[in-house]
Design a binder for this molecule. Structure first.
Ligand SMILES: NC(=O)C1=CN([C@@H]2O[C@H](COP(=O)(O)OP(=O)(O)OC[C@H]3O[C@@H](n4cnc5c(N)ncnc54)[C@H](O)[C@@H]3O)[C@@H](O)[C@H]2O)C=CC1
Ligand SMILES: O=C(O)CCC(=O)C(=O)O
Length: 526
């Protein structure tokens, strides 16, 4: 049974899902050295934001197949190191969107009305109404930096509070911004005009210290900055200095350059600053959402299925991936089959997407086919993450064609590869949305579900051949589960596809080829 290590606190709903397929160990508060010492035993690691998954940890995780981040930001995971090792990194892109957006909105209002300090003052026994005169957000300008999932929700709610919205996001269209009631502007203009600036961007080299002494100097002296995105987007030293000097009006921070926040000037400031300990995603609802979302993906990957929100494989929306998943399994099975029929050293893999598949995104299917093709060479080391890189390193060229015409099935996938055993092709389709069927081998029509052990023969369609093959297999104690012959013309060439219960014993292929009429025989394990 697989083993999963959960090293940050995760909702029980996630643990329950993982427990369906794995032994789950929850070990919180591990020091890096302790994690390095034990990670080698685990197939999966599930974290939130406290565990830093460094290259060293990834290298020590010799069995690791997947790292699941129960949240959005994966900046606490060395994703390139994981990719190099073929480890899938998944997150929950939407599970905590509302929670983080509502935290930012709460920060805006709490900062405007001095709620934390007023509350603390009453609790101390005072009744001071003069020190806490606030400001209204109505008709004020909110500058949203990053109009993605969280930024959009903040904008939508702020709009209903009567705020004027400016937004900066170089990757969002004017149309989308307009739909949200935002005016897309350059960053400098947003800094100059906004009364509130809320950050909803990832931390990248471009966004690190985006808010610094220079940009702070462009803002209104009354401007309030909210950061519920990532620490390090704001230069904390510059922010503390600007607040002290009255160059800006206030700040509310949920995230910090270093977490937990250590010694910091920020702690010494008064009601102009609100600090929360990275609580953006800390709602009961969000924690259930992210735990389920990520645990399901870990479960799927441990079962050999693709993950819907992998950050280090060519991404597709979860809906598209969910729809493509059965076809990805078809592609992988066909890749594995054609790879074994063709033998090693495949240089070109031809993939034809037929029918409804022709209009689909092909990349996941190509990746899945390559994963199958390379399985014999790399076994468990090949996965959806590294299949393309491994194929490229082996000089395998992929040629993709599309044919939208519908034949017998809504969508079929045809793979052809040339290797040390010659050129071979296989075609497959889905029956009833999920059931894989082989519909063609080497140009001969068949209709069989793939099975773990299979035998294919190329033979002359003539009386007695099936009986002879059956007797031969029987003499080697090989039990045939099913058999089908595919032929184009009567008494011409034909292909026989047999499902057998056990692997074919050593040496039997040579005997099969000696049967008069049989020209070639191949055995595969799927
Ligand atoms: N405080 C907390 O507990 C939480 C924090 N987060 C953080 O919130 C941030 C936003 O998350 P989502 O909205 O889910 O992400 P998202 O990916 O939906 O949106 C990010 C937006 O930032 C934009 N962007 C990227 N680079 C930019 C740049 N240089 N300038 C301006 N815009 C840029 C992108 O185009 C995108 O629209 C992330 O950093 C995430 O890690 C998310 C959840 C909880
Ligand atoms: O797990 C958490 O509480 C942090 C959430 C977060 O920062 C994120 O999802 O990016």
């Amino acid at each position: 049974m697989s083993k999963v290590l959960v090293s940050d606190s995760i909702d029980q709903a996630g643990i329950d899902i993982l427990s369906q397929v794995a032994t789950v160990d929850v070990k919180l508060g591990l020091k890096p050295a302790e994690l390095i010492e034990i990670i080698g035993e685990y197939d999966a690691l599930m974290i939130r934001s406290s565990t830093r998954v460094t290259q060293e940890i990834i290298e020590a995780g010799t069995q690791l197949k997947i790292i699941g981040r129960a949240g959005v930001g994966v900046d606490n995971v060395d994703v390139p190191a994981a990719t190099r090792r073929g480890i899938v990194v998944v997150n929950s892109p939407e599970g905590n969107t509302i929670a983080a957006a509502e935290h930012a909105l709460a920060m805006i209002l709490a900062l405007s009305r001095h709620i934390p300090d007023a509350n603390a003052s009453v609790k101390r026994g005072a009744w001071d109404r003069n020190s806490f005169v606030g400001a209204e957000v109505y008709k004020k300008t909110l500058g949203v930096v990053g109009l993605g999932k969280i930024g959009s929700h903040v904008a939508a709610v702020a709009k209903t509070m009567g705020m004027k919205l400016l937004a900066y996001d170089p990757f969002i269209s004017t149309d989308r911004a307009e739909q949200l009631g935002c005016q897309l502007v350059e960053l400098d203009l947003l800094f100059q005009q906004a009364d509130y600036i809320t950050l909803h961007i990832p931390k990248t080299p471009e966004t690190t210290h985006l808010i610094n002494a220079t940009t702070l100097a462009k803002m209104k002296p009354t401007a309030r900055i909210i950061n519920c995105a990532r620490g390090g987007i704001i230069d904390e030293v510059a922010l503390a200095a600007a607040l002290k000097a009255g160059k800006i009006g206030g700040a509310a921070l949920d995230v910090f350059e270093s977490e937990p926040l250590g010694e910091s000037e920020l702690r010494s400031l008064g009601k102009e600053i609100i600090l929360t300990p990275h609580l953006g995603a800390s709602t009961a609802e969000a924690q259930v959402n992210v735990a389920i979302d990520v645990a399901e993906q870990i479960r799927d990957v441990l079962l050999g299925l693709p993950a819907r929100s992998a950050v280090n494989i060519p991404g597709l929306g979860p809906d598209v991936l969910e729809e493509l998943k059965p076809y990805m399994q078809l592609a992988e099975t066909l890749g594995n089959l054609v790879g074994q029929l063709a033998g090693g050293r495949v240089e070109v893999l031809n993939i034809r997407l037929q029918g409804e598949l022709a209009t689909n995104k092909s990349q996941p299917l190509v990746v899945a086919a390559l994963k199958g093709l390379l399985f014999q060479a790399l076994r468990e080391r090949v996965n959806y993450v590294n299949a393309s890189i491994e194929a490229k390193e082996r000089g395998i060229r992929v040629i993709e064609t599309r044919d939208a015409s519908i034949r017998d099935y809504a969508g079929t996938l045809h793979l052809e590869a040339t290797g040390t055993l010659g050129t071979h092709s296989v075609t497959g389709a889905l029956l009833g949305e999920r059931e894989i069927h082989l519909t063609d081998v080497d140009g001969f029509p068949i209709n069989v579900p793939p099975s773990k052990y299979m035998l294919f023969t190329l033979h002359r369609d003539m009386p007695g051949i099936i009986g002879k093959l059956g007797s031969l297999l029987g003499s080697f104690n090989v039990n045939i589960a099913s058999m089908q012959v595919g032929r184009k013309i009567v008494r011409g060439d034909a292909v026989m596809a047999l499902s057998i219960d056990d692997p074919l014993p050593e040496g039997i292929l040579d005997e099969i080829i000696k049967v008069p009429g049989i020209r070639d025989a191949y055995t595969v394990t799927l």
